[in-house]
Design a binder for this molecule. Structure first.
Ligand code: SIN
Length: 305
């Protein structure tokens, strides 16, 4: 049997399990200058909202030890411009395209997803109920199980392709939120979004982000993400896309052992945009040396004490 990096999530086959995380390569145009997007399992767009958003004023990113803080504020072109100007480019790529959707209310999530449902050229929606950087919406949905279930249920009524729900780590028990997303009809979970944090400029005595706080990503959050993926894998039947500080193929294997069927690479793209290509190369070699036919054989195979 030949070795394969292919994975299937909610009936959609991906050539490999490596996707780019939302917000880390816009709508894909710039990344396609660096390597053919066919090398990715999938590309996740920046969050799309009903209306265009400028986001927060700069500085809206700050480097920290082993990580990065961001408070972009969901800057994006809005759903109509996305459909008109960005989908035609994305539709021509031979990789899976996932549109990340954010909203300030259930009605906004539903309306964006309704408009996207009428459009071809992408495969799935990832529902962002976990952005820590906006006053309305975002994490407010992802930290309340009732709201999580409601927004997922309402979106499922208007969107007929598979739905990924992106979870926040900034909750008391992520398995409860995962269960609520599953009850609402989610097809796949992605986790984790960033961890709320801040950093201070001791000379100006001001936060290093104009939003005063932001979301921490990068290797600093990988142990948190791994523990949460393992906990949700034990409690929930939905496939999981692992996110959180993934920078090399060994990180991917860790996430898969904890229960992830696929992963997203985010902050590492800012260090080396070719990270996904290097990871797939490493994974192929790992399959060969481990005498495994498929990465699926690793999912959830963590041997706990
Ligand atoms: C942002 O745009 O502020 C980040 C989005 C997110 O973390 O979901």
């Amino acid at each position: 049997m030949s070795k394969t990096l292919k994975v299937t999530l909610a009936g959609v086959e991906f050539d490999n399990p490596i996707m780019t995380a939302s917000g880390c390569c816009g709508y894909g145009e710039e990344l396609s200058d660096i390597f053919p997007l066919t090398r990715l399992g999938g590309l996740v767009t920046k969050s799309i909202t009903l209306n265009p958003r400028l986001g927060h004023p700069p500085p809206r990113t700050a480097e920290t030890a082993s990580g990065m803080l961001n408070a972009i504020g969901l800057a994006n072109v809005g759903v109509d411009a996305f459909i008109r100007d960005k989908i035609p480019f994305l539709a021509g790529r031979k990789t899976r395209i996932i549109v990340n959707v954010a909203g300030g209310s259930v009605d906004e999530y539903v309306e964006v997803c309704r408009r996207l449902n009428d459009v071809d050229g992408f495969d799935m929606i990832e529902l962002n109920i976990s952005c820590p950087n906006v006053d309305r919406g975002g994490i407010q949905f992802g930290s309340d199980p009732k709201l999580t279930e409601k927004v997922v249920r309402e979106v499922k009524k208007v969107f007929s392709r598979p739905l990924i729900v992106k979870l926040s780590p900034s909750v008391t028990d992520i398995t409860v939120i995962a269960g609520a997303a599953e009850a609402g009809g989610a097809d796949v979970l992605s986790m984790i979004n960033s961890v709320v944090g801040t950093a201070v400029d001791i000379h100006t005595r001001r936060p290093r982000l104009t939003n005063n706080k932001g979301g921490l990503t990068g290797p600093a959050i990988k142990p948190i993400a791994l523990a949460m993926v393992a906990a949700v894998y034990e409690q929930c039947r939905l496939p999981i896309i692992g996110i959180g500080g993934i920078a090399c193929w060994q990180d991917v294997v860790e996430f898969m052992l904890c229960g992830a069927s696929a992963v997203q690479v985010g902050t590492a793209l800012f260090v080396d945009p070719e990270t996904p290509v290097k990871i797939t190369r490493g994974l192929k070699e790992y399959l060969r040396t481990q005498k495994l036919n498929s990465l699926n054989d690793l999912v959830g195979k963590l041997e706990k004490y």
